[in-house]
Design a protein around this ligand. Structure first.
Ligand code: G6P
Length: 626
């Protein structure tokens, strides 16, 4: 996600802020900015792209102050010496494309209050409308800018007290760093749902969304809890809870080195991203429910709601893992919305002669939004008059821009080549599409409500599955020397069998194939012997008995079986060699829960085989050529 750095102390803020931003580069971002307080006001610069662009920009800006802020050829500007408070940000676009106007820090009408924000403000639209009616001028498309204007609107001469009031009005998540031009020696930090750490060094404090930006200066840190606000001066700090009561905090000692800190202490980005899924799914869904009405609110589709109503056929396209999410979508759309749906590889779709017309909607799924084949499929469908919709993670990417409308998956930057959290978010977004299409057609209020309630419960259930990591590691230890694996699933989990297989082969280079369970007896079962284990996905759903039969057929041929089933299914233990349990959920949502142990299995297998998990050979994160 985005990165925040803030500084207050005895040294010049700007170089420390820029260095901090560089330490957060690994997180992925598409624009950056800083704001530092000087004797004459606030100096701010922003740039699209990398931190070096921001540095160039700072060098180029004609300083509004009597002497240049950035010292050239070693000359230290006296003014800069006094610029010892500042905030900085790397932005990974969520609301509005990566532009300078949308980059942080954001400010109010008068350029007095400056802030950097991570997270999503759900009620920003209504706040923006209200503030605009009072005369506030907005220059960005961000949700963040409303916080600055709201602070301006309620400002009573004390930024801390005003921030406490403002935070009560905001819905959603935030990590915040805030300063006021006219309040000397004060830097504020606040947290709800988005990490924020305060580093305590000698005569200086560095706040950051991530310890990686702090570790060079100090290993003594305070982790803010949700609802807490820190008021920091160059000598001291105070922490308040949401009701303005001062709280005592423990100082923690960071044990990691720089490299480990970038991964938040995780050994690999892939493992970190697997474990981020409770949050990434929550972010994908945040603010998108109308729970009582059993409906969803997808702002990005509002402009084409009428065309969606007219749609009588859906084609979902994508490549790799993204296409597999589409296959889950096909089962959901047909079962719950009654709209005929087909799924194609984007690279096949662009060359075949699909039957398309204006009542066809093409849904393009892509994490990066830059996959060349998927983009070409969108262009082809547009040419034929179809409605084109995107399920894209990267805001402002080519596919996001090319489609008529779409929904961002908000899973945060994914750095490991193997897609994990982006995939589960794509499925979650397709559930939202299904509810939207479904409620316009055959889906009852009760069904809409049931799906939404189950979605709300998903992040906790994912946490329960993640707790099985050690157990899955033990299974991998038994199996990591095998050279071939079959993954079997049926109906909603048929695509997940393919996803389990692709994850295993791409990061561990162990041969694995996904099969529809029912297809085994038509050929693949000939492969099975004691050296060819199978992962059988068999949750307690409408096809459980069928899957159970496939499992027994494999056992009858001497094959080893690792089964994934629903908690409470003790019976399967007698038949399978290993059993992994997932919590109970709606059948249509089991793919999300089943995917998690398969990701962990692939990860553990790759580690045991000594592979470069985050950067597997021959693969690229984003394939921008045909
Ligand atoms: C590459 C990646 C895959 C990804 C696919 C589609 O092959 O290695 O992990 O699923 O591209 O990428 P997209 O960005 O369009 O989702």
């Amino acid at each position: 996600m985005c990165g925040i750095v803030g500084y207050i102390g005895k040294n010049q803020a700007l170089p420390i802020l820029l260095d901090g931003l560089k330490r957060l580069e690994y997180r992925g971002y598409d624009s950056a900015g800083v704001a530092v307080k000087t004797a004459d006001g606030v100096f701010s610069a922003k740039a699209i792209g990398k931190i070096v662009e921001l540095e160039k920009k700072i060098g180029e800006i004609k300083s509004p102050f009597p002497c240049p802020l950035v010292p050239r050829s070693g000359r230290r500007a006296p003014l800069l010496k006094r610029a010892n408070t500042g905030i900085a940000h790397t932005r990974w676009a969520t609301h509005g494309a990566p532009t300078e106007a949308n980059a942080h820090p954001q400010t109010d009408c008068q350029g007095k209050i400056w802030l950097a924000h991570n997270g999503i403000i759900e009620n920003y639209q209504e706040l923006k409308t209200r503030l605009a009616a009072k005369g506030h001028k907005f220059i960005s498309e961000t949700d963040t800018e409303v916080i600055a204007h709201l602070l301006e609107d309620l400002y009573d001469g004390n930024l801390t007290a005003t921030l406490i009031k403002v935070l009560k009005i905001l819905k959603g998540t935030y990590g915040l760093a805030v300063l006021h031009r006219d309040e000397p020696n004060k830097l504020l930090a606040a947290k709800r749902g988005s990490p924020l750490v305060i580093g305590l060094a000698d005569g200086e404090f560095i706040i950051a969304s991530d310890a990686a930006a702090i570790i060079r200066h100090t290993k003594q840190v305070i982790y803010l809890n949700d609802g807490e606000i820190a008021e920091i001066s160059d000598r001291d700090f105070k922490i308040f809870d949401a009701d303005n009561n001062q709280v005592d905090k423990n100082v923690d000692q960071i044990e990691w080195d720089q490299a480990a800190a970038e991964k938040g202490g995780w050994p690999h980005f892939m493992l970190k991203e697997i474990f981020e899924q409770p949050e990434s799914i929550a972010n994908s869904l945040r603010g998108r429910f109308m729970a009582e009405a059993g409906r969803v609110k997808l702002g990005g589709l509002e402009g084409v709601a009428e065309r969606i109503r007219q749609t009588n056929k859906i084609i979902i396209v994508g490549c790799g893992t993204a296409r597999l999410a589409g296959l889950v979508g096909e089962y959901m759309m047909e079962e719950y919305a009654g709209v005929p749906t087909e799924v194609d590889y984007a690279h096949e779709f662009r060359y075949r002669k699909a039957v398309l017309d204006e009542q066809t909607a093409l849904i393009a799924i892509s994490q990066s939004g830059e996959t060349a084949d998927t983009l070409a499929a969108v262009q082809e469908a547009k040419e034929k008059g179809c409605l084109t919709l995107g399920v894209v993670n990267v805001v402002g990417s080519s596919i996001a821009r090319e489609t008529d409308a779409g929904v961002y998956s908000h899973s945060g930057p994914e750095i490991a080549v193997a897609s994990t959290k982006a995939f589960t978010s794509q499925i979650a977004i397709l559930v939202l599409f299904t509810v939207m299409f479904g409620r316009q057609r055959q889906m009852s209020l009760a069904t809409g409500q049931r799906i939404i309630n189950e979605l709300i419960a998903l992040p906790d259930k994912i946490r329960q599955v993640l707790a099985l990591n050690d157990e899955i590691k033990r299974v991998a230890e038994k199996y990591y020397k095998f050279k071939n694996f079959a993954f079997l699933g049926r109906k909603y989990n048929h695509p997940i069998a393919f996803e389990g297989a692709i994850k295993l082969k791409e990061i561990s280079y162990v041969h694995a194939e996904g099969f529809a369970s029912g297809e085994m007896k038509h050929g693949p079962i000939a492969l099975i012997d004691e050296n060819f284990p199978s992962l059988v996905i068999a949750p307690l759903d409408s096809v459980y008995e069928k899957n159970y039969s496939s499992l027994q057929e494999i056992k009858a041929r001497g094959g080893k079986v690792i089964a994934i089933t629903t908690a409470g299914n003790g019976k399967i233990k007698a038949a399978a060699d290993e059993v992994i349990y997932i919590p109970k959920t709606l059948e249509m949502l089991t793919p999300i829960l089943v995917t998690v142990p398969l990701q962990l299995f692939a990860y553990q297998m790759a580690i045991l085989n000594g592979r470069d998990v985050d950067k597997p050979r021959n693969l690229a994160k984003s394939v921008t050529v045909e």
